[in-house]
Design a protein around this ligand. Sequence first.
Ligand SMILES: Cc1cc2nc3c(=O)[nH]c(=O)nc-3n(C[C@H](O)[C@H](O)[C@H](O)COP(=O)(O)OP(=O)(O)OC[C@H]3O[C@@H](n4cnc5c(N)ncnc54)[C@H](O)[C@@H]3O)c2cc1C
Length: 421
Amino acid sequence: MARHPRSGGLGRVGIVGGGVIGLCTAYYLKKLGADPVLIESSTLGSGCSLGNGVWVVPSLATPLPAPGLTLKSLTWMRRRDSPLYIKPSALPMLAPWLMRFRTFCNDSDQKRGIAALAALNAVTMERYDEVAADGVSFECYESGLLMAFRESDRAAAAQKEVKLVAGARAAACRELDETELYEHEPMLRPGFRFGLFVGGGRYVRPESLTAGLASSLRASGVEIHEGVTATGFRSERDRVTAIVTSKGDLDVDAVVLAAGAHTGTLSRMAGWPIPLTAGKGYSVTIEQPTTQLRQPLYLGGVKIGLSPFNGTLRFVGTMELSGINRRMDAARIRSLRRQVSLAVDIPEASEGGRAWVGMRPIVPDSLPVIGKLPSRENAYVNTGHQMLGITLAPSSACALAGLMLEGKAGVGLEAFSARRF
Ligand SMILES: Cc1cc2nc3c(=O)[nH]c(=O)nc-3n(C[C@H](O)[C@H](O)[C@H](O)COP(=O)(O)OP(=O)(O)OC[C@H]3O[C@@H](n4cnc5c(N)ncnc54)[C@H](O)[C@@H]3O)c2cc1C
């Protein structure tokens, strides 16, 4: 691949991965004066960032390990219709990861994780506004989130969690009685008794966000290679000098690994293994549904989210640990459809629409990994955003670009350091 003239500052930064994280990283690096070059093994935005749930709700940002989740309860999650599912045949391979995950299932790690995510999230809306003001166009809606529950204990647990995260902003979460709940969303089927309305959020259509970022990068002259896979690195002493790819070597002055669930393999090649696995999620997207929701809806008991877009309805759910692969389990999709049909009056839910599976990148403490790889002077990482990648993409990317180009991230990144592995 051709080598372009070296620009000032950091020079040519190779970014591996063209999901929402890689695209935002390229965007902020370019904005701060670097010369990013993006390589994507498939097409931009076609990985986990494509068919997901799209809520940008900082007050729902929690780590996944929670007090009370024991190894035993994790291994019980073998029912294929369970919202959290661990594929039994994958258990031996996942065991070391699960053991590490379990060590974070306590109060103090949960509080530490919530505080770290809250600090990164403090600038989320500001960053989204900045990206939009710079002319990146994407489908974005200002809207609160409605949570509906049949059982009071689930409603109470969700409320406790939201209040834990919202902290001083607890007013953002309002309890609804049954009447108010159905006034908010008449499409709910009978049987729901408790509601929560979480204000101050937005939701975006992810494919429009990645397309908007891609066209903005192209318009500003960023070099983009689709259909090119990174397979290794060339290094001199402790510096990466080139990314080895399926189409030849790409000379770089620095590299950022942002390849979603595949980043662990690449970081190992760069001398610093990161224990990433995939938390697979499924969605169904219905074009021109016969009925439409009034706002995003979360079905608390079954952990399913529904998002109304312009002319489209999407529902998403499930967290499946079955290794790093995009195999779609038909039983999981059937279960997703059935649960939605039981809860909401959407005629197409049971068989219409387009099914999709995506791999959320997750490390055992489920906090993002943002910063320098300790093994190389000029290798960085931006990954591990679990269920929060759309929410956190602009703030993570801006922080990393600031760190790389100006030596300051503008937000504490200690909790996200790759050194913790
Ligand atoms: C069902 C579901 C619902 C979700 N809901 C929400 C939500 O409501 N709010 C929210 O904030 N987040 C949500 N998420 C999470 C969010 O989608 C992810 O955190 C985010 O998309 C991760 O982005 P990424 O760029 O890290 O990974 P990806 O989008 O997977 O991008 C990584 C890219 O790297 C490429 N790649 C991999 N290996 C290589 C290689 N060797 N060389 C070159 N390229 C490579 C891949 O092809 C891929 O395009 C949801 C996820 C799912 C699955």
